[in-house]
Design a protein. Structure first.
Length: 304
């Protein structure tokens, strides 16, 4: 690892408010969507990675019942139970809504934001995580069949019961988020969206503007476009990588750090999904890089 990377690692991770109503989260979030059941064949791998993220100052974790069929939540809960992690130092986010099709319907998914599923899924997540409360409960994808008045009523009931603190959504467009908000007396504090230098639709279709209008920050998944920014051989990826190299040299940063720093400048909270410590460190330390206005637009225009 380079001396510059070691320097980044020693700098304290920033904490930011995701919304004016809270919570305070780490500038980088760690997510487990790449983990599958095979990753748990090595008994200490999960613990080693999570411990490393804490050493980097990450306090905020993106979980879901669908990650490794619930095994991620189960293993994370064990780290809370054995004292490896301290619950009061963490912000835990989990999701609801995405379900596997029944046998006979293939390997696809469908969405269910009904009152019954919201309640049961939360109880199952709390049990697996061995905790009493979820800090951020995210509705994952819009359910076209949902009665949002009922959905909102259930969310508020769970909130009043002290089982969830904050409500978020994932992959909602502006009208969908506005519709749900109209039934809620509490704010939707974030929208979990795909956002990176090769996927900037949220800047043009109004989603980012609407999130900011709500005095919130977006949570950005796939900050490196599923590895395409680092490894893609298509003309856009190659051109962008050159631009990232140019800007990165000015900050003694690599391509990965610079790409994530572009998101940080935008006010987004990147979700790190890698299981490799070097890659995790690159993304987690990007918040120490301050791009100029000129540099940000140079990168933004690199693929246009």
């Amino acid at each position: 690892m380079s001396k510059q990377s070691d320097l980044f690692k020693t700098r304290k991770m920033k904490k930011l408010y995701i919304n004016e109503n809270g919570p305070e989260v780490s500038a980088a979030i760690y997510g487990f969507w790449r983990w599958d059941n095979a990753d748990f064949n090595h008994p200490t791998h999960f613990k080693d990675v999570v411990t490393f993220t804490r050493e980097l100052g990450i306090t905020t974790y993106d979980l879901s019942p669908s990650f490794a069929n619930g095994e991620v939540e189960t293993q994370f809960g064990k780290l809370l139970a054995d004292g490896t992690l301290k619950r009061d130092e963490l912000v835990l986010s989990t999701k609801v809504g995405t379900k596997q099709l029944s046998e006979g319907f293939g390997n696809g998914i469908y969405y269910d934001l009904s009152a019954k599923n919201l309640t049961q899924s939360l109880e199952d997540s709390l049990k697996r995580l061995q905790t009493d409360v979820i800090d951020l409960y995210i509705l994952e994808n819009h359910d076209h069949l949902s009665n949002f008045e009922q959905t909102a009523s259930t969310l508020l009931k769970l909130q009043r019961a002290g089982k969830i603190k904050h409500i978020g959504v994932s992959n909602f467009n502006v009208s969908q988020q506005r519709l749900l908000s109209s039934y809620l007396s509490q704010p939707i504090i974030t929208n979990h969206i795909e956002l990176n230098l090769l996927e900037t639709d949220a800047l043009q279709d109004g989603r980012l503007d609407f999130i900011k209008e709500q005095h919130s920050r977006p949570i950005a998944f796939s900050p490196l476009a599923d590895g395409r920014i680092l490894l893609g051989e298509d003309p856009k990826a190659v051109k962008l990588r050159h631009a990232l190299t140019v800007v990165g040299k000015k900050h003694e940063a690599n391509v990965e750090q610079t790409a994530v720093a572009w998101l940080n400048k935008l006010g987004a909270l990147p979700i790190i999904g890698s299981k490799e410590k070097r890659r995790i460190q690159n993304a987690a330390t990007a918040n120490t890089i301050q791009l100029s206005q000129e540099e940000w637009y140079y990168l933004y225009n690199a693929t246009k």
